[in-house]
Design a protein. Structure first.
Length: 336
């Protein structure tokens, strides 16, 4: 099997990677303390002639205008990543990263891509205390959860499947991963899932007969208690073809609706396409147009599993649309 089953959109040349990495290393503003200042630094890089390859700008422009229902993915390779990365403490990798990561190439590239494609990264006060840049990295106390801090598989889901602020995009950049380990990120387009399911199932999925609890990180935080999540339809929400689903967490409220959940799970595993994300690999996905999972298969290097590190942002089209849900005096940190 190929290491990726999703169309490759762009590969940075060695020269372009080195040049952009050098420029992003010059950004010294700490994005975990001053996101606005960091964003301004990235915008200055974008305004410089020749700082960003013109064919990459063109690709981003094309992706910005693409129909995400037909084309929900972008796959890039050899993207800029920090040349030196700390090995993070498994007891509290988030705090350790903030204290020991002193260059911000990965963060800058994630913002750069978002700005070029018209996306706005956001944070959640219940996820890493509102950090915009989130880590897919094991944490000792949460290794068995269905969260970004897990060491094992994470079932099919869309990010924040039943949250009141659901991202429009999820962008992931590989910082450290071993090609010896089969840790795949698998995807299914909504378009393919809807074409596979029959009319009876689709009709039932549009009814408000399903329940998905809030995600593990949201529930684990003491910053904001949200209470129980509401029941919902699986099909329809942000768009008429939006899938609100988390495998093994989304349940039907009666036997008939649970049978529909089981139909969805069978279809997802039949239709999935896999991707092995390694250092410098970037995959962006339209969160309302596809669904994804993390599948852990054969492991040859156990130590590399515990130090596997991907960085992600979750992004929306417009901050103003979600303004009512933001923290006071914050324009991109969700209060929940």
């Amino acid at each position: 099997m190929r290491m990726w089953e999703i169309k490759l959109d762009y590969v940075f040349s060695a020269e372009a990677n080195q040049a952009l990495t050098r420029r992003l290393l010059e950004i010294r503003t700490n994005p975990y303390k001053d996101y606005a200042g960091f964003q301004a630094d990235v915008l200055r890089v974008m305004a410089e002639t020749g700082a960003i390859p013109e064919d990459f700008r063109n690709l981003c422009c094309a992706k910005k205008c693409a129909n995400p229902f037909d084309d929900p993915y972008v796959l890039l390779k050899n993207c800029p990543v920090d040349p030196e990365l700390p090995m993070l403490d498994l007891d509290n990798p988030v705090v350790d990263k903030r204290n020991r990561k002193t260059t911000y190439v990965a963060e800058a590239f994630l913002v750069l891509y978002a700005e070029l494609t018209g996306q706005q990264p956001i944070g959640y006060i219940n996820v890493n205390d509102g950090d915009v840049f989130q880590d897919i990295h094991p944490m000792r106390s949460m290794m068995a959860t269905q969260s970004q801090k897990a060491a094992k598989s994470i079932y099919f889901h869309k990010d924040l499947a039943n949250h009141f602020v659901r991202p429009d995009w999820v962008n992931i950049l590989g910082l450290r991963a071993s090609a010896q380990n089969e840790i795949h990120t698998s995807f299914v387009r909504n378009r393919d899932l809807l074409a596979y399911l029959d009319a009876r199932v689709l009709k039932g999925l549009r009814e408000e007969r399903f329940h998905t609890p809030y995600d593990d990180l949201t529930l684990a935080s003491s910053n904001k208690k949200l209470g129980p999540a509401p029941n919902h339809p699986i099909l329809g929400g942000a768009t008429g073809h939006d899938i609100r689903f988390f495998e093994k967490r989304t349940v039907g409220i009666d036997a008939e609706s649970q049978e529909l959940v089981d139909e969805v799970v069978r279809a997802l595993h039949r239709l999935k396409k896999r991707l092995l994300i390694l250092k410098g690999d970037f995959v962006g996905s339209a969160n309302n147009e596809c669904i994804h999972s993390k599948e852990v298969g054969r492991i040859s290097d156990e130590g590399a599993v515990l130090n596997r590190w991907l960085m992600k942002t979750v992004n929306v089209r417009s901050l103003d649309v979600h303004k009512v849900h933001m923290l006071p005096a914050e324009d991109r940190i969700v209060n929940g």
